[in-house]
Design a protein around this ligand. Structure first.
Ligand code: ATR
Length: 280
């Protein structure tokens, strides 16, 4: 009987219980995935101590606690150490070990939709945005051996900071968003990681697309709306697209694998999750 859960705030509308209960079913494992909301008014340390007593096998961590949880962990895996952000904790022999599954989750979602993409590692990739998600994706792509990964961000310094992760492995040019919009037609894969385009933020895409390279893939990690404006625009220009909810599924798949050692196939869940999102 696996005891799993999520800490964060607010988390009442989280899709994680649905995803992990489905993964438990698919892996034919008994278990539960519960929400442990910690509000900003709560005493975080005390709440974490209460969580320790619950003896969960593992839990996810979401905003605003991905960094704040770190002092309470006994060990960090290499990726979480580089990210200084944890979204998955596993209990092993009463010790808590922190992981960050976002980057690998993204790479898995890309591989699942476009299995041949990584056959050529000299593809040109552009990441729009330089927040936590961008950092995780950049690091996973450099580890995978992608040789050129450029980053565009409103605040260039944040992009420069991420590029330090790729030294010796990947070549990286830094752009402002305006500069990037003029060169987007040179890229094989463009990954939109900012909050622009999100239903709750601003439906306007971060860049207006004019032309894309033939065969290019446009990917957006925003999944509400399901098909953001930038993805619709890219499709009209003939690009292939990668929907944001797939990253959500594959980062969960990797977390589930860390907890249980099992890696259920999630391709059918992509359609099921779309139906859940459409019903919201
Ligand atoms: P996450 O952890 O989900 O990646 P984040 O760390 O808050 O979120 O990062 C948000 C990203 O969206 C950043 O790249 C941010 O740009 P800045 O680094 O310049 O702040 C970008 N972003 C948010 N709102 C934006 C806007 N209106 N225009 C341009 N970029 C925006």
């Amino acid at each position: 009987m696996y005891k799993l859960g999520l800490i964060g705030y607010p988390i009442q509308h989280s899709l994680s219980p649905w995803i992990h209960e489905r993964l438990l079913q698919k892996a034919q494992l008994q278990g539960e995935y519960r929400l442990f909301e910690i509000t900003p008014e709560d005493d975080f340390e005390q709440k974490v101590m209460e969580l320790k007593e619950k003896e969960l096998d593992g839990f996810n961590v979401t905003v605003p606690y991905k960094e704040k949880i770190i002092p309470f962990l006994d060990e960090l895996d290499d990726i979480a150490k580089e990210m200084q952000a944890v979204n998955t904790v596993v209990r092993v022999d009463e010790r808590w070990i922190g992981y960050n599954t976002d980057g690998i989750g993204y790479v898995r979602s890309l591989e699942s939709a476009y299995p041949t993409f990584f056959e050529q590692l000299d593809r040109k990739v552009m990441i729009l945005g330089a927040g936590g998600a961008s950092r995780g994706i950049y690091y996973a792509l450099t580890k995978f051996g992608v040789t050129q990964i450029d980053i565009a961000n409103r605040t260039k310094e944040k992009a420069e900071d991420i590029a330090k992760l790729g030294k010796d492995k990947s070549k990286t040019n830094i752009f402002t968003i305006e500069e990037a919009s003029k060169v987007l037609k040179e890229y094989d894969l463009i990954i939109q990681t900012t909050s622009m385009g999100m239903k709750s933020v601003d439906l306007k895409p971060i860049v207006q697309l004019k032309q894309l390279k033939s065969g290019a893939i446009m990917s957006d990690i925003v999944y509400q709306p399901i098909k953001t404006q930038i993805l619709q625009d890219a499709e009209r220009l003939g690009a292939r697209i990668l929907l944001g909810h797939t990253m959500l599924l594959y980062q969960a798949q990797y977390a589930f694998e860390i907890w249980t050692g099992k890696r259920p196939e999630v391709i059918e869940m992509e359609h099921e999750l779309l139906a859940v999102l459409e019903g919201r």
